[in-house]
Design a protein around this ligand. Structure first.
Ligand code: AVJ
Length: 307
């Protein structure tokens, strides 16, 4: 049995059955996520893009000349392009992703769009430290870029562990540029994960189809419904699949029972206060130097340096 299957079975064997959000992103799931980012209720992407467009000159000034930009993720987003367009003297651009196919195809696109940019993709699981490539030009500093509020998927301890990896990869006089979704009116947050077109529900249910197709599971997706609820105490959206009856499923040669109303947890999406986020990064030795928000203060992009 692969270690991946072992981890899947472990998650489904917990009292709170769990499937990692990384299983959202098969081909169909990635398409559905793209649709989510265009939904009127899903404010995150629009707000972050607005922040990037309005403040990219200030960001470029802080990043400075001859830096190496290390993106945690494959770098296929428009946000990355906005940044690269305004950083014309990078020593290198280093996208880091576990999925080699996705990483290489998006690196090729970036190379075609930015001739002269030294694009050095690294295949790695960025939750563990990894070796950085050596660009032809010696970087003045490393700036880790982590857009999209993906930090929100991680529980507090895991988020701190990931920030510690970023701190190490940034190195001396390095920095972190990170997108962080903010706490706000619960109705706004809740609607972003319960859209009226049902795209988020389809995205959530697709995780079961993905496990059926690629991991030999036999879930009945029609017997589950999407639920996204905001936990005010924890400051996070909890995304689950709710079983609509007592039923069984199998995966990796193991059988599971799930009761009517019982859930499978598929994702957390943490929302931060500015103070809460500053506190968290200070645990690993970062300090927040600059915070940009959209006018409605829905979302933030933050520049942190090693103190
Ligand atoms: C890509 C993790 C930032 O938490 O908002 C969107 C994923 N899940 N709708 C988020 C997601 C459901 C998204 N992140």
């Amino acid at each position: 049995m692969t270690s991946e299957m072992r981890a899947l079975l472990e998650g489904l064997s917990k009292p709170q059955k769990t499937i990692s959000p990384k299983y959202f992103y098969d081909e169909r799931g990635s398409q559905l996520f793209d649709q989510i980012t265009d939904l009127p209720e899903y404010y995150l992407t629009g707000a972050e893009l607005e922040i990037m467009r309005d403040n990219v000159d200030a960001m470029a000034a802080l990043i400075g000349k001859t830096a190496s930009l290390i993106e945690f993720g494959s770098g296929s987003s428009l946000k990355t392009r906005i940044l690269l367009e305004h950083l014309d003297d990078l020593a290198a651009y280093v996208p880091v992703d576990i999925s080699q196919d996705h990483l290489w195809s998006s690196a090729e696109k970036i190379r075609a769009e930015f001739p002269g940019l030294d694009v050095l993709p690294v295949v790695a699981d960025f939750t563990q430290s990894f070796a950085l490539p050596t660009p032809d030009i010696m970087p003045v500093k490393n700036v880790v870029y982590f857009p999209g509020s993906t930090i929100g998927n991680f529980e507090h301890d895991e988020a701190v562990a990931l920030l510690r990896v970023m701190y190490e990869e940034a190195g001396e006089n390095g920095a972190l540029l990170i997108g962080v979704d903010l706490q706000k009116d619960v109705g706004i947050i809740s609607r972003a994960y319960n859209d009226s077109a049902g795209v988020t529900a389809a995205f959530n249910l697709n995780i079961l189809r993905h496990l059926n197709t690629n991991f030999g599971a036999n879930f009945n997706p029609d017997a589950f419904v999407h639920r996204a609820s905001y936990d005010e105490g924890e400051g996070r959206i909890v995304i689950e699949l709710v079983s609509q009856k007592n039923q069984f499923f199998e995966i990796g040669g193991k059988g599971f029972a799930i009761a009517d109303g019982e859930t499978i947890l598929t994702e957390y999406s943490h929302k931060y206060t500015l103070d809460g986020f500053a506190d968290m990064v200070s645990n690993v030795g970062f300090q927040v130097d600059q915070v940009w928000t959209d006018p409605a203060q829905l979302f933030s992009v933050q520049y942190c340096t090693r103190d």
